[in-house]
Design a protein around this ligand. Structure first.
Ligand code: ZN
Length: 244
């Protein structure tokens, strides 16, 4: 009991607290966690960035350094769904388009009367903090050549390649999409044709994709068509990779 006029002491130095932010896979109870090295003061205002796609949860961890046992206190956990980039933004990236165009030139150069090829590869994104802002840089390729195939099909699967590495705090490299070309039928035999645009195989992909192919005529390209005919950049698969 204190009398109304009596001073009292709070035996605690609030400057002797440290705040960190802990991030973990959502729903796993912070069993595997990454920590932000925090420069925030006790007015908790977390403006950190999550640098890897995924379903995460984040909370503040306050350590009381005046207490010899280092008592820790936690805020409520906040779910953060960090989405992959969508395929339209990938398609419109000049970095992606430059590599896709290079693959197209290779595709045309490799086509003969005996064999045609597709070229393709992965679209990776490298995330990092630069200064105090997040940056995303595309890494596209390298181009891979498909096995040769004849003038009857464009159904080739493109390997997904490596998946992401890194972590949500320091940054990551992750696969966001694939890209590939469809081959010209210019040197094929009389009567050969194929549909232009994404194949059924392409459309069944679980990873979004960017495709360069001819515009064609009535949805098809034919034997004898100009190898330098008009092209279009198509997309296929889901709008973005799933974080589940
Ligand atoms: Zn295809």
């Amino acid at each position: 009991m204190y009398l109304f006029s009596s001073p009292f002491l709070i035996d605690h130095n609030v400057n002797n607290l440290t705040v960190q932010y802990q991030i973990a896979k959502f729903g796993q109870g912070f069993t595997t966690s990454y920590y932000f090295t925090s420069s925030h003061d006790i007015n908790i205002d977390c403006s950190e960035y999550v640098l890897m796609p995924g379903d995460w949860e984040i909370r503040a961890e306050v350590t009381d350094n005046d207490n010899s046992t280092g008592n820790k206190y936690y805020s409520n956990a906040l779910e953060i769904a960090a989405l992959y980039p969508d395929v339209d933004s990938i398609k419109n990236s000049s970095d992606v388009l430059g590599v896709v165009d290079g693959a197209w030139q290779e595709t045309k150069s490799a086509a003969t009367a005996n064999s045609i090829y597709e070229y393709g590869g992965g679209v990776y994104i490298v995330s990092a903090i630069f200064g105090s802002s997040p940056v995303l840089v595309y890494e596209v390729g390298p181009d891979q050549q498909s096995p040769p195939f004849g003038c009857s099909s464009t159904e080739t699967s493109w390997p997904i390649g490596v998946n992401f590495t890194g972590d949500p705090v320091d940054g990551a490299t992750f696969l966001a999409a694939t890209y590939h070309t469809h081959p010209p039928f210019t040197y094929c035999s009389y009567g050969d044709w194929r549909y232009v645009g994404p194949s059924d195989w392409d459309n069944s992909s679980t990873v979004p994709g960017v495709l360069i192919d001819y515009v064609g005529t009535g949805g098809k390209t034919f034997w004898g068509d100009d190898i330098n005919g008009t092209t279009e950049i198509y997309t296929y698969g889901p709008e973005r990779r799933s974080i589940q």
